[in-house]
Design a protein around this ligand. Structure first.
Ligand code: PMP
Ligand code: GLN
Length: 381
């Protein structure tokens, strides 16, 4: 294999989901819902398939979907985008991340990234020849320290790669944290790529504020999102990027050589979803919040040290109180011990002192699945 793959492991999600299948475990690892999104959206996909929308879409995305994405950004956030120049459809946010980094980062450029980080960021920074500069959201609160952020920026910094709501910690960056990012980006004239795939999955009275809405940020921010998380169709792999034409153009310049274009009938269905199913993500968030509470209360009862997340699909725990120092060892033993799969968060850290003992649990599962997982954990103790 090529040297660019040296040091790049198999993604933890493949490893742990394969382990779940092999051991018949309850999969509280990989973040995908076990109930599909709205039936009307499935019908829209079927309709598009039957109507012959089965050939290549334009690389930038279908006009209908780009218009629907621009309308979504205007409706929710007051952002005005030209759908022909400032919106691009991607094959999941995963391709958005890849194309953004390949399109914007030169070899040797530094990329400041929040740690723990989504694992594809590391692989894609490396593929682009960039150097990652992690800024740790420290336990137990997993907040962003503006001083640490400022200290990570050097003359070689090309961009800040942000993620809010944040996987795996469930932190939703607040206005002060976002303002610190914006102040730094403006002062140092940096580009910001912000992964906001969980934008609607925010609990209690927390609020998702897109970085692009802060003063001075619209012109330097590339925002990524995805229908996978918004509408519970993770297998469709339809995502998008929005931002100024120059940044969107750089992303598209790379994307055209990756997938060229994204699945045509799914684009039609996601355009329909954005236009007609906005109620879905509010209901999803309400039900996810209950499932968050179910999982977190259950884990707390088992004396797991759990931090209740503000958003996303995930709760992060410290397993030391259970007598485990190493979350990887804990997660590799758990299928045999208990018939449950979770994700060792150390896969998302450079600094193992911070991440070694952390384990991520997904609650985007049906309540009976979460309850079964908790029963199994209890029986194992
Ligand atoms: N970013 C984050 C933070 C994620 O958790 C995920 C997983 N959904 C992705 C990007 C990838 O999104 P997609 O499935 O649309 O490729
Ligand atoms: N985003 C999901 C997670 O964090 C799954 C992504 C993947 O499997 N690549 O679990």
């Amino acid at each position: 294999q090529a040297r660019r793959l040296d040091g790049i492991p198999t993604t933890i999600f493949s490893t742990m989901s394969a382990l779940a299948v092999r051991t018949g475990s309850v999969n509280l690892g990989q973040g995908f819902p076990d109930v599909d999104g709205p039936p009307g959206v499935v019908e829209a996909a079927v309709g598009a398939l039957r109507a012959g929308q089965n050939q290549y879409a334009p690389g930038i995305g279908t006009p209908d979907l780009r218009a629907a994405i621009a309308a979504h950004q205007r409706r929710h956030y007051g952002l005005d985008l030209d759908p022909d120049r400032e919106v691009v459809v991607t094959t999941g946010a995963t391709e958005g991340i890849a194309a953004a980094l390949l399109g914007l980062v030169d070899p040797g450029d530094e990329v400041v990234v929040l740690e723990p980080y989504y694992d594809s960021y590391v692989a894609m920074i490396a593929f682009a020849g960039g150097v990652r500069r992690p800024v740790t959201l420290r336990a137990p609160g997993f907040r962003l320290d503006p001083d640490e952020l400022r200290a990570a920026v050097t003359d070689r910094t090309r961009l800040l790669l942000v993620n809010t709501p944040h996987n795996p910690t469930g932190t939703v960056l607040g206005r002060a944290e976002l303002q610190a990012i914006a102040d730094l980006a403006v002062a140092r004239d940096l580009v910001v790529v912000t992964d906001e795939v969980y934008e609607h999955l925010v609990f209690d009275d927390h609020e998702h504020v897109p970085l692009a809405t802060l003063p001075g940020m619209a012109e330097r921010t590339l925002t990524l999102s995805s229908a996978g998380k918004m509408f519970s169709f993770t297998g469709w792999k339809i995502g998008w990027a929005t931002g100024p034409a120059g940044l969107v153009g750089a992303l598209l310049g790379a994307k055209q050589w990756l997938s060229f274009s994204s699945g045509t009938p799914f684009q039609a269905a996601v355009a329909h979803a954005l236009e007609h199913e906005a109620g879905f993500y509010d209901e999803l968030t309400a039900s996810l919040q209950k499932r968050r509470d179910l999982l977190c209360a259950g884990l707390a009862e088992l004396d797991v040290d759990v931090r209740v997340p503000e958003g996303t699909y995930f709760a992060t725990t410290d397993v030391r109180r259970l007598g485990w120092e190493d979350g990887m060892a804990f997660c590799l033993a758990l299928p045999e011990r208990a018939g449950v799969v979770a994700i060792p968060a150390q896969a998302f850290y450079d600094d193992l002192d911070e991440g070694r003992h952390l384990v991520r649990w997904a609650f985007c599962k049906e309540p009976d699945v979460i309850e079964e997982g908790l029963r199994r954990l209890q029986a194992a103790d």
